[in-house]
Design a protein around this ligand. Structure first.
Ligand code: MN
Length: 197
């Protein structure tokens, strides 16, 4: 059987996001959890109409196990590719994305506060997203389980994973502390690229 989907390669070393995300968490989260979703999806789509579709299209059109595994791959690809080490100089927004944040949330601090609150109050497992509608207006959405704002016709820009596997090794039950710390490694050049492409 051909390998239809594959595990993304991280653009940084597994210890590069410390102390915000430990090497151990990266090794489990990327190397075990995400790998399992990739392996599951490859088995599930073989011989179906989904095997030649891009992930976004599978997520928009599927349900059940195929949706869950495709959604988790799409979500984690966007998640892992939005980070850069603490010492990088791209952790505050600039350009079009900054202008849109100020227009739609009032300030960067107000945006961060609302985003963290939506992550803290998402019950159970899921994802909090910054997304844009077709006119470029920004919204924050809470998506349970494998959800992604593409199912609402929105473009996903930035996300925080609130499944416990994302933070339990490093932060135990302290989800809020984990979400607050993630701002130190968000690569806003990448978020701006997603917004403007
Ligand atoms: Mn995860």
């Amino acid at each position: 059987m051909a390998l239809l989907f594959s595990l993304i390669t991280l653009p940084y070393a597994p210890n590069a996001l410390e102390p915000v995300i430990s090497q151990e968490t990266i090794e489990y989260h990327h190397g075990k959890h995400l790998q399992t979703y990739v392996d599951n999806l490859n088995k599930l789509v073989a011989g179906t109409e989904f095997e030649s579709m891009p992930l976004e299209q599978i997520v928009a059109k599927s349900q059940g196990a195929i949706f869950n595994n495709a959604g988790q791959i799409l979500n984690h690809n966007l998640y892992f590719l939005q980070f850069s080490p603490v010492v990088a100089d791209n952790h505050t927004p600039k350009g079009a994305i900054l202008d849109a944040i100020i227009r739609d949330f009032g300030s960067f601090d107000a945006f961060k506060a609302e985003f963290e609150q939506k992550g803290i109050t998402l019950f159970g497992s899921g994802w909090v997203w910054l997304a844009a509608d077709k006119d470029g207006k920004l919204v924050i959405t809470q998506e349970p389980n494998a959800g992604n704002p593409v199912t609402k016709g929105l473009k996903p820009l930035l996300t925080m994973d609130v499944w416990e596997h994302a933070y339990y090794i490093d932060y135990r039950n302290r989800r809020a502390a984990h979400l607050q710390s993630l701002w130190q490694i968000i690569n806003w050049d990448e978020i701006n690229r997603r917004y403007t492409e």
